[in-house]
Structure formats: C-alpha cells, structure tokens
Design a protein around this ligand. Sequence first.
Ligand code: HPA
Length: 273
Amino acid sequence: METQLIKAVEFLKSQTGDFLPQTGIILGTGLSKLADEIEVLHVFPYQQIPGFVEATVEFHQSRLIFGYIASRPVVCMQGRFHYYEGYNMAQISFPVRVMHALGIQTMLVSNAAGGLNPAFSESSLMIINDHISQFLPDNPLRGKHNFGGDRFPDMSEPYDQELIAAAISIANELQIEGVHQGVYVSVTGPQLETKAEYRMLRMLGADAVGMSTIPEVMMARQLNLKVFGMSVITDMCIPETLKKAELSKILAAAAIAEPKMTLIFKELIKRNL
Ligand code: HPA
C-alpha cells in the first residue's frame, strides 16, 4: 500500500478502534439524508483525513461518518469528489480504497442523474444494472498496477445481481412506485448536455446520465467489492421536450425521491446481503 493510504487508514483506525464497517455508502447530490438514519459513532470532516481532498460543491457535505444502520456497521461518505471539480481519478476513487482497507465488503452508491429513457419520469429511481464509462477521459485503474486484484478486472457484471434482485423485492414489498432498472453513463460535466448529446447517449444504450459514480464503481470492482448503485432521476433529458436545466429544480426533484431511495438502501443494509 502506498504511504497516503496507510496514513488514512492508520488515522481512521486510531480514532475508531475496533469498529469494523461492513458496508460503505456514497451519497450523491441532494441525497444526503440516509446519513440521518445512522446511529453515529464518529464523524470526520474530509479535511482531517490524510489523502482526502475537499468536496468543493457547496450543496455537498464533506464528511465521513462511522456508525450503525439497522444495527449493521457502516461507513458513509456524505459528499463525494467529481472530475468536474478538477480532481483526478486517483483522488476521486481514493475513499473507496480507504473504505476497502477498513474492511467493507459491499458498497452502496447513489447519484442524481438525467433521465434518457422516455419511460422514466422526474423523481423516479433507477437501479443501475450496467454502465458506460468510455466518455470519461481517464480511469482510476490506469497506471501502475498496485491496487491488488486483476490487471484486467472483469466488468461483465459490475453491479451485484443479488443486491439488484433484493432491491426490486424491497420496492415491491414496500410498494415504492417508480423504480426502474437501466444503464448509467458518466460524462465529465460540469455543463449539462446538449440535445444532440442526449440523443447520442440514448442511441448508445444509456438510460440515465450523470457526472459521477463510475470511477468509484470501477475501483470497487478492482478490489472485488459487491456494488449496488441507484440513480435518482432529477430531470428528463428527451431532446424534443428538453427544458432549461436549473439546479434548484434538480435539487427539488432529488428531495422528492430521496425518502424512497433512503428506504431501499436502509432495507438492503438490514438484509445484510
Ligand atoms: N446530465 C448530467 N448529469 C446530471 C443530469 C444531466 O442531465 N441531471 C442530473 N445530473
């Protein structure tokens, strides 16, 4: 392990003692309320943790929380790092390596995304069942192979089928409406896409588009973590009916969907898959 990773893990372990998180959670834009469900043991602002950069987006919090959800030990990133903030892929995916070194086996990740599939609607949810990474100009796995795992990690099934099936049955059991499945494509941002770009992304097989998640998922798969991902559809991106994007509307749509997403994440953790 390189020095920075050792430093981060040593620092966190020196503060959290015997606490052994099983599940790592990354909360996306406007989706930080799951953190309120944590029986909190420790909170670390990112600037305290060696190797962590600062989340620069003002509506993102930036702290790592240790505690319990449904009696299960978790570590939760309230706020994440994006390529559009100017960070490189190593910085963006570093927290995943730290959470892995702390002992997590499963990673749950959420994001706000634009809906490309016309069957979706604003504030609906999409369980991510596959992704397209190739629009990102870089990749956290490129370079010296010192992460452990395979040099050419398999990506035939980045999202865990058992967790996907469990999320679907949770949505059915709890009668949570508007839960879809689909392919997430990542772009760099920060600008939103043009109509021509939305048309292209749809034609290439994507159901939702966003500016995060895939670098973290690639690193998690490199480290052999089980991954579950969910997008909250905050705006519909159909070229023919596209409206001007407004951050306030995106955040409002995220807030409407957030309780549904929070419930599904909480139930998944409770079922301990
Ligand atoms: N494009 C990219 N990222 C997004 C979008 C979008 O339309 N909506 C929310 N995040």
